[in-house]
Design a protein around this ligand. Sequence first.
Ligand code: FAD
Length: 416
Amino acid sequence: MEIAIIGFGAAAIGFIEKIKDSDHKIHIYEKSKDVYSSSISGIRADGKLFVSKKMGGNIDVDINLQKQLVDFYINQTEDGKYEKGSSFADEQYYKIFYEQGFLPILSDFYHLGTDQLKKILYNIYEDFQSRKNIHFHFNSKIENIEPIAGKVILNNDETYDKVIVSVGRSGHKLVKSIIKKFPKLILDNTKVDIGVRFELPNHIVEDLNDKMYEFKIKYKSKTGYMVRTFCNNPSGFVVTENYGDFATVNGHSKLKDKSKNTNFAILTTVKFTEPFDDPIGYGSHIAHLTNILAGENKVILQTYYNFKNSKRTKHLYRVEPTLDDNKYILGDINLAFPRRIAESIVDFIENLDKIVPGIANEDNLLYAPEIKFYSNILNNEEFENLTFIGDCSGATRSIIYATAHGWITAEDILKQ
Ligand SMILES: Cc1cc2nc3c(=O)[nH]c(=O)nc-3n(C[C@H](O)[C@H](O)[C@H](O)COP(=O)(O)OP(=O)(O)OC[C@H]3O[C@@H](n4cnc5c(N)ncnc54)[C@H](O)[C@@H]3O)c2cc1C
């Protein structure tokens, strides 16, 4: 079969790795100019690989396959170096959090670090492109996909027996254009996560960082909203992320360069019911409003005391921000966030402070907006020769789940 893959990210890697030794001819179309610029939102990111049944996506991925894929990525590093940890493997910790109303999420993770990711991606690419049946087309943005009678046409030009769409979140425009033509593809589309990046001195969370590195918890706040932690970065750095229309915050950590602070996201899941059907629009507007208040492409930084008391922050005290000072202004996040979201975050922090004293220190820092969009969940049964994998399908939210989704899809093709 002649198979086209749109996008060279985590899901495409899983797909190609599984199918590379078969007779199928594979063409990969990637909009970035070369392998160094591709998958910006994927393998390039913090490079924390999670093994868990409880997070990463809503498909069932066998733990052994998850671990096998972690090893695949680790084997591509120069010297096999990584940091490892387990979230809530310590039963005592699990009980303490549980008793305080938190839902601890069990997972193992392997942190490769932002600094190693370039080489890993390059090594994978080198192996793939050395094969006769695999052809890369960089600088090739696909803008139109037309499924017709047993074939699929790309950009009104190339025709394939099968097309695998693996464009991640950054490919939302392409996915949107397909959904517009075939609205039946959408199975579900109801939520968005809105919150802040929280930053505090390492010593307050030293014990958590040492024991778990990444602590993942959920909490049903007094507002009824679920609040969760995401992406903990011991000795890490806060960064901004530019989406074109707006800027948000994120965090990462490196294997070598370390800061004195830990940062993690505190996110509130906002779920909508009919007739409202635009959670991405809702999140984008809040992000945009925050940027308007902060100045173009900047985010708002506020101390916890001021956030809790709806006062503008004018001065910081002991905690030094790791985000460049030209990327934020001191301000009041409450001017942009709905009250229910702000109250949920405060409730979460106050409750966590009972287990980890110092979390609710007045001078700890909050950066906004941190927003995580959920892709529409798409129905892969709709077309026989057009399949969506990875984050753009709505089925995954992590490197390992996206890679596994690609792997499983290739496995199904090989079985046919
Ligand atoms: C800042 C950040 C940090 C993250 N950190 C982690 C982490 O530490 N651990 C973790 O497990 N997950 C992390 N994630 C999530 C993870 O990156 C994704 O879940 C995963 O990469 C999804 O894989 P994918 O293949 O679906 O998409 P991607 O990896 O995003 O790949 C999609 C590819 O498609 C290309 N593309 C898009 N549109 C087109 C088009 N029209 N034509 C051609 N090519 C196109 C893109 O350029 C890109 O290369 C992070 C995400 C972000 C944004």
